[in-house]
Design a protein around this ligand. Structure first.
Ligand SMILES: C[S@@+](CC[C@H](N)C(=O)[O-])C[C@H]1O[C@@H](n2cnc3c(N)ncnc32)[C@H](O)[C@@H]1O
Length: 304
């Protein structure tokens, strides 16, 4: 079987030097391997891919100065309903499933027992850096999950509002604030449906300098309302534009394979026209540890 491409030792060293230890180590046709702090997570479509990635990981780690503590494996099912939490395949089963990972000096909680996703989406790394560089006064984080964008903004002085249906994810978000010595007094955490909250914020006249729109492909709210990204992203963006400052920046992001950046831009332009606003679009630089077109499709809209 062909040996997969693992990241160059020099690139790995550069990540570690800038205090980042959450990174993609290898992308293979049937899976990938990611480092989260001292642990590694292998995601795989077939048992053969898992075996190959595990063997290659051990060889690769021997070659560089990286002694991993544990390896977890996670099957990539065809349907989201079949997703399961990772399982330990190498290392001490008596150790705590919770740990932390660093991204450009910021610390994020990782939990291998919390479910399919372990707490940090590393393909948003450059977008989090962009938020830190912008140093906005306010950030609205829609579908915030563990609030990584809110943490990135709060460290540079923003007040933030994080919205997620999941109280558990928001609790993990507060933990991420604490891990970075950030008080949560100036920050709001709303366990609710984004599409219900946005009109409420608009009625109160609230405005934000940066808005993160990173919805799941499909979800159902506690009240049974379905969200389907291909159909509902436009409604979401129109609602977000109602709470956007004059020169706001809005992140449009999705993992839905039918919504590439071009489609996001077409939708963005339509929404600008419909609301009689003007704007430009750009994307942040590609991730050096991800192959092209792997990871979320993301695009920034800047209002003018
Ligand atoms: C793809 S994750 C977002 C990842 C996040 N932007 C990050 O970078 O860490 C999707 C999140 O949306 C939440 N969610 C799904 N439907 C929602 C809705 N209608 N309103 C609010 N949150 C929702 C889920 O609970 C989940 O935490």
């Amino acid at each position: 079987m062909k040996i997969s491409e693992w990241i160059e030792p020099e690139l790995h060293r550069q990540f570690v030097a800038e205090q980042t230890d959450a990174l993609r180590l290898c992308t293979a046709p049937e899976g990938w391997a990611e480092r989260f702090g001292v642990d590694v997570l292998i995601s795989y479509k077939t048992e053969a891919a898992l075996e190959q990635l595990k063997t290659e990981l051990c060889l690769w780690a021997l070659n560089i100065d990286f002694k991993f503590r544990r390896v977890f494996a996670r099957f990539l099912p065809k349907h989201n309903a079949d997703r399961e939490a990772p399982r330990l395949i190498l290392g001490d089963p008596g150790t705590n499933l919770q740990s932390t990972a660093l991204e450009r000096t910021l610390r994020y909680a990782i939990d291998f027992g919390a479910g399919y996703s372990v707490g940090l989406f590393m393909d948003q790394r450059e977008n989090r850096r962009f938020v830190r560089d912008l140093a906005p006064r306010s950030l609205l984080n829609c579908f915030s999950y563990t609030c990584s964008f809110s943490v990135a903004a709060a460290t540079v002085g923003a007040t933030t509002v994080s919205i997620d249906l999941s109280k558990k994810s928001l609790a993990r978000g507060k933990e991420n604030f604490a891990l970075n010595s950030l008080a949560t007094n100036d920050h709001r955490f709303l366990a609710d449906d984004v599409l219900d909250v946005l009109p409420r914020l608009a009625r109160k006249g609230e405005k934000f300098e940066v808005i993160i729109l990173d919805p799941p492909t499909f979800s159902r709210s506690h009240r049974g309302k379905a969200f389907q990204v291909e159909q509902d992203f436009e409604t979401l963006l129109l609602a977000a534009l109602e709470v956007a400052e004059r020169n706001a920046k809005i992140l449009l992001s999705t993992n839905c394979s039918t919504l590439q950046e071009r489609a996001l831009e077409v939708m963005g332009r339509y929404c600008l026209k419909a609301t009689r606003r003007a704007g430009t679009f750009h994307r942040e630089p590609p991730l050096p540890d991800f192959p092209p077109r792997v990871g979320a499709s993301t695009l920034w809209m800047t209002l003018r």
